[in-house]
Design a protein. Structure first.
Length: 201
């Protein structure tokens, strides 16, 4: 009997908590063009929840208790933004962020040979986001450089034609002449930002 009462009490408690839990969703845009930003990092600091926006710039947090929270958005090359949101009564709260460019937040990244470990470590310590891809990503897998790049967070290659044709790189929503490809200091991009994957050694 006691177990039955305890089970009923637990079920009611879970139902009450579920009714009080809210959802928080929103969209992240570029302030200048009003284009959505996919791959932006969104954090609810008070409960330490983090997610990334999808390809349409949309994010969603579910099962958040009622309360007031600080929601922060960051994106490479953009000024971070924080908003205060109060969740109460509504099942879903929607907010929008409009990020502005921060030219000073980006610095030049030098991609070096895998043997130059010292320089790679210095780049990582500088605070600039960097991913080092070495030969182990290709060894024994029959993997192309295009496949490896497409599996990096925030990086997408879009082929402009058939196999072997030029490709365009999208890095966290930036593409065209906003993304430059260099090999040994020489640019590979055409004026419209595309490049031939076959030109990569």
């Amino acid at each position: 009997m006691n177990r039955k009462i305890l089970f009923i009490f637990g079920t009611l408690l879970c139902s009450i908590i579920a009714m009080q839990a809210q959802s928080l969703s929103g969209t992240v845009y570029r302030d200048d063009s009003k284009e959505t930003l996919g791959g932006a990092q969104v954090t609810v600091s008070d409960i330490r929840k983090t997610t990334l926006t999808d390809s349409e710039g949309i994010f969603l947090f579910s099962h958040i208790p009622e309360g007031t929270y600080e929601v922060s958005v960051s994106y490479i090359g953009m000024t971070p933004q924080t908003k205060t949101v109060t969740l109460s009564g509504k099942s879903t709260e929607r907010i929008s962020f409009y990020l502005t460019e921060d030219a000073q937040s980006l610095s030049e990244i030098t991609v070096t040979a895998p043997g130059d470990r010292k320089e790679v470590k210095e780049i990582k310590r500088s605070g600039v986001p960097v991913t080092v891809i070495d030969g182990s990503s290709f060894s024994g897998r029959g993997t192309s450089i295009e496949d490896v790049l497409n599996h990096q967070v925030g990086v997408k290659l879009r082929n402009t034609g058939g196999v072997g044709d030029e490709s365009k790189v999208n890095v966290r929503g930036l593409e065209g002449n906003r993304v430059q490809i260099y090999v040994n200091g020489m640019p590979l991009n055409t004026p419209d930002g595309s490049f031939s994957i076959n030109d990569l050694p």
